[in-house]
Design a protein around this ligand. Sequence first.
Ligand code: PRX
Length: 581
Amino acid sequence: MEYQKITKQPLEQHATKPNLEDYQTIREAFSWDAVSRELDWFDSEHINIAHIAVDAHLQTERRDKKALVWESTKGEVEEYSFADLARLSNKFANVLVNETGIQKGDRVFFFLERVPEIFIGILGTLKAGGVIGPLFSAFGPEAVNDRLADSRARVLVTSPALIKKITDILPGLPNLEKIIMVNRKQAPDFSGALAYEEAMGRASESFEIVKTGKEDYAIMHYTSGTTGKPKGAVHVHGAVVGHYATAKYVLDLHPEDTYWCTADPGWVTGTSYGMFGPWSNGITQVVYEGGFSARRWYKFIEQWKVTVWYTAPTAIRMLMKAGDDLPGQFNLDSLRYMCSVGEPLNPEAVVWGQQVFGMPFHDNWWQTETGAIMIANYPIQDIKPGSMGRPFPGITPGILDDAFNELPPGREGNLAVRPGWPSMFRTYWEKEDLYQSRFKNGWYITGDRAKKDEEGYFWFVSRADDVINTAGHLVGPFEVESVLIEHPAVAEAGVIGKPDKIAMEVVKAFVSLKEGHEPTNELQHDIQKFVMKRLSSAAAPREIEFIDSLPKTRSGKIMRRVLKAKELGLPLGDTSTLEDD
Ligand code: PRX
């Protein structure tokens, strides 16, 4: 089906004048240096993300403005002004320095629910010069272990409920010197940990922020590839220039906005746009502790009068499924702008936004590695439903052939970006060769395939690799296969993404069993649970198909391509390297 362009509103009809008034003019005039100068640097070389996000507002009228309004699943509310966050993050920085002895560059990881302490802790760590590593609270022990071991994290901030999942891995982490336990109202039940509340109680409210260099490491987010374990994409303090500029021009944040980003702080969207982007712009944001619930989400928008909403395609598809009548039961008049990221946003969803909320969802594209939005739909442009939009002003993407030469509009190829923007990752942690391998012919190769049309709009086609995108979570098939073959009944396993109406893809595993094991329903459930417990629910195969043997290359590599073709009923392609059996 052809979808019609959604024509832009003339500038004078916008109730709030967009920050990006004219794409072409700003694109031509844009310079990262100029946008950098809007921020409060210590000097031309030194900047600290937490200073920009919080303390820089203290000398302005935003000092007592609400920065964070948090609502728990039980409906309890906590509010923090910029001054509160500054004070509390100073305290946390003192806790780290005085009670754990962390030094500049040390990794401090957060395995914590979506509670205010994760925001305070992250800001405090950055102030102290530490490198933050947020972990998704739904991770299982294997996923947590991979990240803590690889990063050699010195401190872990967690909670009594979550530590229970990972007690077995702790003895195998010699670099992890200290655990800080955020108890909130739970009973403290882990001896040997530093109690957050007590340590914060004795910490001073004043702290001199470490004057980090713009290239000093600040943030690590682990991301999955086709092979090997997840890799730590490392970002620097100077990245905040990118968070700031994109939040201003793409999310179109204005001082009077109430902004809601639904992403969990364990993922890059939750830090770039759930902390640094909005706060560097001095914006009030609201956070809901819980996960998805159509009714609860609409209620949340109504209650807090959310004006700008940043969410994800799977959530939008789930809202569509919940019905067109449901939004009418709430007063959603406050909403003025809606954006989406993380997976392909189908044109139906864009148009549905227009029908139900009176405005489309604005899709945008970026990655853990890019650190900030690269391609986007803006308030002042026509939207072509199904397109990711146009490049951010300071960004030059291209579509390349397999020899990494640029292709003309209309041709499908590798989506690449010219390196050099502030929030670009600086390395994969201790995997410099892998990092370097992502650059070809003067381009950063994203691993996605896409097209560009004559008007400069980009269209996502697929991943170029085997990585599965399920509900916006990237899952490396290798990680899942490695866990599957640890199950006592499993001989071999191959994992692919199977198309799904809501989650876009779900994980499907093909499994051959060891002698003496029968392919029963119970066994299937047991294997699913096994992966869910060790990795996460996103990574657990939604479907398991038992087969006698897996298609392999002569060197013994499982051919996921063949499994995928088989699943989709497509031609098998070149199978000349398949084993003969
Ligand atoms: O494949 C693309 C898909 O998600 C990948 C990035 O995922 P991650 O590193 O977890 O970053 C999350 C922060 C956005 C991309 O390589 N992706 C992201 N946005 C879109 C998308 N696919 C299609 N359309 C999008 N708008």
